[in-house]
Each structure stands twice: as C-alpha cells, then as structure tokens.
Write a protein that binds this ligand. Structure first.
Ligand code: BTN
Length: 251
C-alpha cells in the first residue's frame, strides 16, 4: 500500500490519484463497491470535472479536486444539510492556509466567494435504497488554488489573491475542519452549522433574484431557515423558502 502523502484525521481514508474523470464519479464507483464512510478521493487533475446544473468544472493540475464519501444514518433531506457543513469547513480551511488574509463568504447554497468572486464550489450527490434513507453521500469540492477559469461568472484563486499555497495544505486543513464539525453535527444537529454558515453568509439583507423551475422571485435575502432553505422576502412582506434553485445577488 502506498503511504498517504497527507495526514488525515482518524476515520478518513485517502484515495490519491493523478488523473480521473471526476472525483465524484470515482467516489460513487467506490461507494457502489461498498467503500466505507470517510473515503476521500483526491485527484491532481480531472478530465470531466462536473459542476452543478450540468456545468463543466475546469480541472487543470494546480487546483484542488476532492470528493468525500459519507454514509450518515439519516434521511436524505437531513443529509443534504451537510453541504453547509462542508462549505463552512472549506471556508475555514481557506482562511487558515491564507494566514487569515482571506475570509471567504458562503453563498447559498454552497459556493465560496471572496470579494464577490467564486473561489470554491461544492457538488453534493446522494444515493438511497428506498428513496428516503441515505445510502451514501458524495460531497465534491473544488478550490481554485493556482488558477481560476475565465468565465462569465467572476472567479478568483488563492494565488490571484496573493495567498499562494499548496493543494495538499488546503486539503489537509479542509479535512481537519470536517473532522471538527462532523461530531458537532452528529451530537447537536444542523443548528450550530447553520449559525457558523450565517456568520459568513453572502448577501444577507441584500436584494436577491431566485430563478426557480417554474418562476423567478425577487426580494431580499433575509436568512436561512432550519432546513437550510434560503428565505426571500418580497416587498409586500411575503416570505418564500427556497430549497433549490439558482440565486443571483445584484451586488
Ligand atoms: C459548482 O460550483 O458548480 C460545483 C463544483 C464542484 C467541483 C468539484 S471538483 C471535485 C468534484 N468532482 C467533480 O467532478 N466536481 C466536484
């Protein structure tokens, strides 16, 4: 067995790869073969990295691509809230490796932003045997360490922000923060994660547009409810809880 090149907390098992199609796809293949909770797939490069909404995720050598396999013993709707835990853990990791120079904001549902530019994205995928209870979760996270894509949506990287670091350091800090937060989630549920996420929330109190499948809503982003839904208040005071969709801030 090859010696892991990074130190992982107890309960995490590294699968280190030079190149793969997508770490999320590899994690799902391993999960289907019975891999245990805590498997962490890390690739230096992805050939078909995927983002949310079927978008491609540019994956050259130099950025972080990882997917964590978890098997939480809970319904799918509870497990989905782990995406906020992951966002907080990654924000803290980026802050740590930058020597507290960079403080990423959490943009609902699970992007990390610095000065309004995206530095990290999370792709959560789940599987269930009965449609209700979680079989497994695969939580993919990409961080722009050395490079960022030239995209219509503004992005940035740690290097561009003047905080060059190694992919390994980001990964190690990230897993350490997950190891910090997971027992809190197990013991206390979503509430402390929600609090931590809200201290970094991007755009609270600001105008927001939510593009849903059937319609578009405009209002103010007033917070996050107990299930992780974005709360949007229209000018007439009507509040909407948005569980899925794409949101745009005007700032
Ligand atoms: C998004 O912001 O749209 C989510 C991006 C998620 C990218 C990561 S990189 C590691 C993992 N493997 C993938 O194919 N996607 C996720």
């Amino acid at each position: 067995m090859t010696k892991p090149t990074i130190r992982l907390p107890e309960g995490f098992y590294l699968h280190e790869l030079d190149v793969i199609d997508s770490t999320n796809d590899e994690a799902k293949r391993l999960a289907d073969k019975g891999a245990q909770s805590g498997a962490l797939i890390w690739a230096r490069q992805q050939t078909t990295g995927r983002g949310r909404r079927g978008r491609a995720w540019s994956s050259p050598v130099g950025n972080l691509y990882s997917s964590l396999l978890l098997r939480p013993d809970c319904p799918l709707f509870e497990a989905a809230k782990l995406t906020f835990l992951i966002a907080v853990a990654m924000a803290e990791a980026i802050e740590m490796v930058s020597g507290n120079q960079i403080r990423p904001d959490c943009k609902w549902p699970n992007d990390l932003m610095v000065n309004g530019r995206k530095i990290s994205g999370i792709l959560l995928e789940s599987a269930s045997n009965d449609g209700t209870q979680t079989d497994y979760l695969v939580i993919g996270a990409g961080v722009n360490v050395a490079f960022y894509p030239d995209d219509a949506r503004p992005a940035t990287s740690l290097a561009a922000l003047g905080a060059p670091t190694s992919v390994k350091d980001v990964l190690q800090a990230y897993v350490a923060r997950i190891a910090h937060w997971l027992p809190i989630w197990e013991a206390q549920g979503f509430a402390p994660i929600r609090e931590a996420w809200l201290t970094r929330a991007y755009g609270v109190g600001e105008p927001v547009i939510a593009r849903l499948t059937q319609r578009t809503l405009e209002g103010t982003f007033v917070g996050l409810d107990d299930d992780g839904a974005l709360v949007l208040r229209e000018t007439d005071g009507t509040e909407h809880r948005i569980g899925a969709g794409e949101v745009f801030f005007k700032t």
